[in-house]
Design a protein around this ligand. Structure first.
Ligand code: SIN
Length: 357
């Protein structure tokens, strides 16, 4: 019989890594019965429903970014993780299409930075979408080499994260996308963080065989501000641990449209994505609107664009994390620390952008 994650952690030495490997394993497939599923009504006794502040965001402002009225959100805390909030798909039916289109067509565009810039010229990575769509419409077997969109692994926004120094800096900044700033502002406000300012974003693009290593997001200089995480497309097993690698993590599904807010004592916890899993049928159905007309954000997505986006997310997952880097009145340290020393904002990560097996 397949072992359950609780029984594989015999000693507390790097319990996180053991559970990460358990969920990453292909043969035999792991037992998923301990994975918390916030989309189900019968869920674990660790899950505590929580009400959002109904006055923080008007219904009209929420609808403008494709969100349901905050009183209709299904939000939860998780026992043992103060400051962690999970919001089970608060998007209006059909409006995820807009955000998926932004992540695939708009955000990879210059001046934003992506993994392809590391070994290609700016002209070659100039318009990833336009360079990919024609080829993407062909049957899979006839598409060699892979399109740029299929080779996209990460994009950074706002203060661009420097993977080598593991820091952000004042001189590598481009304007943060307005509509994503607005969406983040509203979610943070509903969760009790009215002054949140979206300053940096990291988009991760996952294939069905991708995983994201165990890490803590600590490069931001102000940890009193929450970290917001949005997911679209295929589902993921997300592991949320403690402040030590010995703390066994809790496994949960992150489905398309789900949001996580890591704040307070949960802001600096170890976390990872060991596995991508197929989106349940009912989740995939909510990507398209069953209403004709309307004035929602989904109306901004042409049927040609949606054809490409929907094909992409039927086999892939996109995650967007949004961070406030600086507190009010705070600025970056003027002098970099000497070589070899790590800055206050270092990242403890064994794998930052998704790895593929
Ligand atoms: C995720 O993909 O859900 C997590 C992304 C991250 O931790 O940066």
């Amino acid at each position: 019989m397949a072992k359950k994650p609780a029984s594989i952690v015999e000693c507390r030495e790097d319990a996180f890594r053991k559970i990460f490997k358990f969920y990453k394993r292909r043969t035999p497939p792991p037992d998923f019965s301990d994975v918390v599923d916030f989309s189900k009504s019968t869920t674990s006794d660790k899950v505590v429903p929580v009400k959002m502040d109904p006055d923080a965001v008007s219904d009209c402002d929420a609808a403008r970014v494709g969100l349901l009225p905050t009183r209709d959100w299904r939000a939860f805390n998780l026992q043992g993780y103060p400051g962690f909030i999970f919001i089970s798909n608060p998007f209006l039916r059909g409006s995820q299409a807009f955000w998926v289109r932004q992540c695939l067509k708009t955000y990879p565009q210059k001046p934003n930075v992506c993994n392809l810039d590391m070994h290609m010229s700016p002209t070659d990575t100039q318009d990833i979408w336009a360079k990919s769509v024609r080829n993407l419409s062909r049957p899979v077997g006839k598409r060699e080499p892979k399109t740029l969109l299929e080779r996209l692994r990460w994009v950074t926004l706002g203060y661009h994260y420097n993977w080598n120094s593991k820091t952000y800096s004042a001189n590598h900044y481009t304007p943060f996308p307005t509509e994503l700033r607005l969406l983040s502002h509203q979610i943070a406000a509903a969760c009790g963080f009215p002054g949140f300012s979206a300053e940096a974003g990291i988009l991760n693009y996952y294939r069905s065989d991708s995983s994201l290593g165990i890490h803590v997001d600590e490069s931001e200089l102000d940890h009193s501000r929450p970290l917001l995480s949005f997911s679209f497309g295929q589902s993921a097993i997300f592991l949320l641990g403690g402040t030590q690698r010995q703390d066994p993590p809790t496994a949960m599904y992150m489905h398309s449209g789900d949001l996580m807010v890591m704040s307070g004592q949960s802001r600096l916890l170890y976390h990872a994505v060991p596995r991508i899993v197929p989106a349940p049928q009912e989740v995939a159905c909510s990507w398209v609107s069953d209403q004709q007309g309307g004035a929602g954000v989904e109306q901004q997505v042409s049927s040609e664009d949606w054809a490409v986006c929907s094909k992409y997310i039927h086999s892939s997952r996109i995650n967007v994390t949004v961070r406030q880097v600086l507190g009010p009145g705070q600025s970056f340290p003027e002098t970099p620390l000497p070589d070899g020393q790590q800055t206050e904002g270092k990242r403890r990560r064994c794998g930052y952008s998704p790895e593929h097996t």
